[in-house]
Design a protein around this ligand. Structure first.
Ligand code: GTP
Ligand code: MG
Length: 199
């Protein structure tokens, strides 16, 4: 696989023009979006990772195999940002996910250690209301046992089934242990294969 950084954009309007499918990664700040993109592309330096939340501040486009894009987004819900900065990020993210025509699927990342968080449930709700296709990715699986992983993901499924009739695709990953990436890549490949041909 070849993955190339194309552009960092401060707003939807400035995102690159193209007609290839895009797969974007969103979730709370520090959940592991940039780390996951680096694992998927097998390039530890592609997207900047930091132990401090709020690292990714722009919409970052990476072209994969000249055929599709990975998009790294800034996180939402970072408490230590100023209110105006938080609102600016929220707007940037919400515009991108609702209006970006090339967006084929949004991966919503969730820290596997946590019980369902209001902010994530509200974000998922917003996706549903706007008809944005998404899948869930649990991150940092290396931080808890297999039994706890099962318990926490089951709890999440039960919570979602209170409002959703059907569950989305769900992935369990660890960027630290390089686990779960193949399944995501396979899912992207099969989604691309089902898209109508463009040209
Ligand atoms: P923002 O850009 O600030 O929104 O954060 P992000 O979601 O891109 O998170 P990032 O990938 O920068 O990772 C945040 C921190 O979590 C870093 O210290 C990573 O090393 C760590 N991290 C990410 N994924 C994993 C994982 O699977 N396991 C463990 N143990 N740590 C992880
Ligand atoms: Mg990041």
């Amino acid at each position: 696989m070849t993955a190339t950084f194309i552009k960092s954009s401060p707003s939807l309007e400035q995102c690159p023009a193209h007609s290839l499918p895009e797969y974007a990664f969103i979730g709370r700040s520090n959940v592991g979006k940039s780390s996951l993109i680096n694992m998927l592309t097998n390039n530890a330096k592609l997207s900047k990772v930091s132990s401090k939340p709020g690292k990714t501040k722009l919409i970052n486009h990476f072209l994969v195999d000249e055929a599709w894009y990975l998009v790294d987004l800034p996180g939402y819900g970072f408490a230590k940002q100023s209110k105006s900065e938080r609102e600016r990020f929220a707007k940037m993210i919400s515009y991108y996910v609702r209006k970006r025509e090339q967006l084929t699927l949004l991966f919503v990342l969730l820290d596997i250690r946590l019980e369902p968080q209001q902010i994530d449930l509200e974000f998922i709700q917003m996706l549903g209301e706007n008809g944005v296709p998404f899948a869930l990715v649990f991150t940092k699986a290396d931080k808890i046992s297999a039994t706890e992983q099962r318990a926490n993901t089951d709890r999440y499924r039960r919570t979602l089934l209170q409002t959703w009739e059907e569950l989305p695709e769900i992935f369990i990953t660890s960027s630290e242990k390089r686990a779960g990436g193949e399944e995501i890549l396979k899912y992207i490949t099969s989604t691309n294969d089902q898209l109508p041909a463009t040209n």
